[in-house]
Design a protein around this ligand. Structure first.
Ligand SMILES: NC(=O)c1ccc[n+]([C@@H]2O[C@H](COP(=O)([O-])OP(=O)(O)OC[C@H]3O[C@@H](n4cnc5c(N)ncnc54)[C@H](OP(=O)(O)O)[C@@H]3O)[C@@H](O)[C@H]2O)c1
Length: 223
C-alpha cells in the first residue's frame, strides 16, 4: 500500500514511516521537497542498517497527498486546517488518518493541557473540511520515541475510530503491522474526542515519572 505522511519530517510522522516501511511504500511529505527527501534518505539509512530495503521517497505535501492511497496527517493541530484546505482535491475519496491532538502548545501553553476544538476533536475538524475523504482517527496515544525505538516492540494499543467501516479496517490492518501493537475499533469518529484527550495525560505521566513514552492497553478485551 502507498502510505503518504504529510509532515512526515517531524517526530511522529518519521516514527510511523520507520514502522510502516517494512510492508508499504512510504511517501514523506513536507512543505519543502528537499526536507522531505532528506527525511526519506535518513529513514532508508536507518532501516538499511537492519537489512530492510525500504521504498521511501520524499515529496512536497501536495504531491505526497496525490500519491498516497492512505494519507496520514502528521501536523501540529494549529497548522492542520490551513494545510488540508489546500488539499481537498488531492484527498478526495481517500483514507485520511488524523493523528492530531489539540494540545495547548498551540496557544503557547503546556503540552499537558487539552484544548477543545470547536468541532469536538481534531479528527472531526478534518472530516468537516474534507467532506469527500474517509477520515479515520488513530495513533494519538503512541509516543514518537517508542515508534523510533526499532530495537523494541511498540507496547501500546492503538485506538481507532471513524465513520467508514472499510476505511477503518484498512487503518486497523496497517496499525497491526507494527510489532507489538494491537489496534482496536472504538466506533464512530466522535470517539476521537475521548481518544485525543488521553494524550496530554500520557505526556504528564512521562514528565512526572521520567518515562520515555507511556502508552495505553485496554485490558480484559478479546478481539
Ligand atoms: N510527537 C509525538 O510523540 C506524538 C504522539 C502522538 C500524536 N502526535 C501528533 O502527531 C502530530 C505530529 O506531531 P509531531 O510531534 O511530529 O509534530 P512536529 O514535529 O512539531 O511537526 C510535524 C511537521 O509539521 C510540519 N509543520 C510545522 N509547521 C507547519 C506549518 N506552519 N504549516 C504546515 N506544516 C507545518 C513540519 O514539516 P515541514 O517543515 O517538513 O513541512 C513538521 O516536521 C501532531 O498532531 C501531534 O499531536 C505526536
Amino acid at each position: 500500500m502507498k502510505v503518504a505522511i504529510l509532515g512526515g519530517t517531524g517526530e511522529q510522522g518519521f516514527g510511523l514511516a520507520l514502522r510502516l516501511a517494512k510492508n508499504n511504500k512510504i511517501i514523506i511529505g513536507s512543505r519543502k521537497k528537499e526536507k522531505a527527501e532528506e527525511a526519506a534518505k535518513r529513514a532508508k539509512e536507518i532501516l538499511k542498517q537492519r537489512d530492510i530495503e525500504a521504498d521511501i521517497i520524499g515529496l512536497e505535501n501536495k504531491d505526497a497527498a496525490k500519491e498516497g492511497e492512505v494519507v496520514i496527517l502528521s501536523l501540529p493541530y494549529e497548522y492542520t486546517l490551513s494545510t488540508i484546505k489546500q488539499l481537498r482535491d488531492e484527498l478526495k475519496g481517500k483514507i485520511v488518518v488524523s493523528i492530531g491532538v489539540p494540545l495547548a502548545t498551540a496557544i503557547g501553553d503546556k503540552p499537558t493541557r487539552l484544548l477543545f476544538p470547536p468541532d469536538g476533536s481534531v479528527a472531526e475538524m478534518v472530516q468537516n473540511v474534507l467532506k469527500e475523504s474517509k477520515v479515520v482517527s488513530a495513533f494519538q496515544n503512541v509516543c514518537h520515541a517508542v515508534l523510533e525505538d526499532l530495537d523494541n516492540p511498540v507496547d501500546c494499543d492503538i485506538l481507532v475510530c471513524g465513520n467508514d467501516d472499510e476505511a477503518k479496517r484498512v487503518v486497523i490492518d496497517l496499525a497491526n503491522q507494527i510489532d507489538g501493537v494491537r489496534a482496536i475499533d472504538c466506533g464512530n469518529l466522535e470517539k476521537s474526542r475521548i481518544i485525543e484527550a488521553i494524550t496530554p495525560l500520557l505526556i504528564g505521566l512521562n514528565i512526572k515519572y521520567k518515562s520515555k513514552g507511556t502508552g495505553i492497553r485496554i485490558t480484559n478485551l478479546e478481539l
